[in-house]
Design a protein around this ligand. Structure first.
Ligand SMILES: Cc1cc2nc3c(=O)[nH]c(=O)nc-3n(C[C@H](O)[C@H](O)[C@H](O)COP(=O)(O)OP(=O)(O)OC[C@H]3O[C@@H](n4cnc5c(N)ncnc54)[C@H](O)[C@@H]3O)c2cc1C
Length: 348
């Protein structure tokens, strides 16, 4: 059987949130993940706001089990001496973020999708989009052709579906490359909460992600310095674990986050650099939101275009608000990047 209600490309948080949410609504779903698990992905420091989303997806107990590192906020040394920026609090106490290995988070979410009846194809690449009369109707995959009235693209920063359709990507920064890596052990003052440290070239994020594992991410505003593949100086005495990697985190959003027979979610829809600090939250929320739009479109086809338009508006509004925050934050950097003043409009 190769006909479904919806095909989901990608087994990251965006893809699994979409697949689980579709299955919870009774839809027939196939989810494709190109790589075998465990596969590495960055993004272990998670905003407290993901907890209700994980509950909604039915995985909160598994993901937030005992032993998970929790933290009430981060230390930020930016335009002034280091200050603690908490997430907030209510009557029950401070809100706590999570340090959760992505191998664990992604595996738990994918298992939940399979348990709810999603046909998980892994490893299985989506190869070519199938269209008819300018509407997406399915895709060619390593497992053969698959058909559905909707495809949700959760392929991450590569934006598989957008490339297939040659969609325009609106860029709001020059190319930004982050370098990141891991070190064994931990040194003061990184035991309790992550630190975001500005310097004349950019910033460094340092977080203890496991008991004896420190993660660092470094963004240099200048492209030539961004090529350097070394750990930040004061951390170099800790032994390196694994390679130093890089990622393109230029600020960008798809000009067409949804269209006839498709939705894009997570990093496939929009990307900001990790200083925005909620990539995984956005992945889960866009996956859940797109699933609702697919369900609405299938229930009442007459409203499908309205559902696509609403989703696109919601995503763009969120991205615009994030852009305002990011520009404000970078304006307060001791040496703000010179491209900032031009970034109020798309740069290409
Ligand atoms: C250095 C760095 C640090 C970060 N730190 C944080 C952080 O601390 N907290 C946070 O919230 N966010 C962080 N982020 C952002 C976060 O990593 C992303 O926003 C998040 O992973 C996006 O999830 P996703 O599901 O959209 O994509 P991904 O997690 O990238 O998943 C996409 C999946 O699709 C699969 N795929 C791709 N193409 C195909 C295909 N053709 N067929 C089948 N499968 C395919 C891939 O194998 C992959 O598994 C960080 C990002 C970087 C680069």
């Amino acid at each position: 059987m190769n006909h479904f209600d919806v095909l989901v490309v990608g087994g990251g948080p965006a893809g699994s949130a979409a697949a689980i949410s579709c299955a919870q609504r009774g839809l027939r779903v196939a989810q494709l993940e190109g790589q075998g698990f465990p596969r590495y992905r960055p993004g272990e420091s998670l905003h407290p706001g993901i907890e209700p989303l994980l509950q909604q997806l039915g995985v909160a107990d598994q993901v937030c089990s005992q032993g998970t590192i929790r933290f009430p906020g981060q230390w930020v040394q930016w335009d002034s001496p280091p200050r603690f920026c908490g997430f907030g609090e209510d009557l029950t106490g401070p809100w706590l973020g999570f340090q959760i290995a992505r191998t664990r988070l992604d595996a738990v979410l994918l298992q939940q999708a399979a348990m709810l009846g999603v046909r998980v194809l892994q490893p299985c690449q989506a190869r070519r989009l199938l269209t008819h009369d300018q509407r997406v109707i399915g895709l060619e995959s390593d497992s053969g052709p698959l058909f559905a009235p909707y495809v949700i693209d959760a392929s991450g920063a590569t934006g598989w579906l957008g490339r297939q359709l040659s969609s325009t990507v609106r860029r709001h920064s020059p190319q930004l490359i982050v370098r990141y890596g891991y070190l064994k052990g931990c040194i003061h003052p990184y035991e309790q909460s992550p630190h975001l440290l500005a310097d004349v070239y950019g910033w460094t994020w340092i977080a203890r992600v496991e008991d004896q594992l420190l993660h660092w991410t470094r963004l240099c505003f200048d492209k030539t310095l961004a090529l350097s593949r070394t750990a930040p100086g004061h951390l170099r005495r800790l032994p390196r674990v694994g390679p130093i990697r890089g990622a393109d985190v230029s600020w960008r959003i798809s000009a067409a986050p949804a269209g006839a027979g498709f939705f894009t979610v997570g990093d496939a829809a929009s990307v900001l650099d990790p200083a925005a600090s909620h990539g995984v939250l956005k992945a889960l929320m866009t996956g859940i939101q797109a699933a609702q739009a697919v369900f609405d479109g299938l229930q009442q086809p007459v409203f499908q275009y309205e559902a696509q338009a609403q989703y696109s508006r919601w995503l763009r509004d969120w991205f615009e608000r994030d852009l305002v925050q990011m520009r404000r934050f970078y304006s307060a950097h001791p040496c703000p990047p010179d491209w900032l003043e031009h970034s109020t409009r798309s740069v290409s």
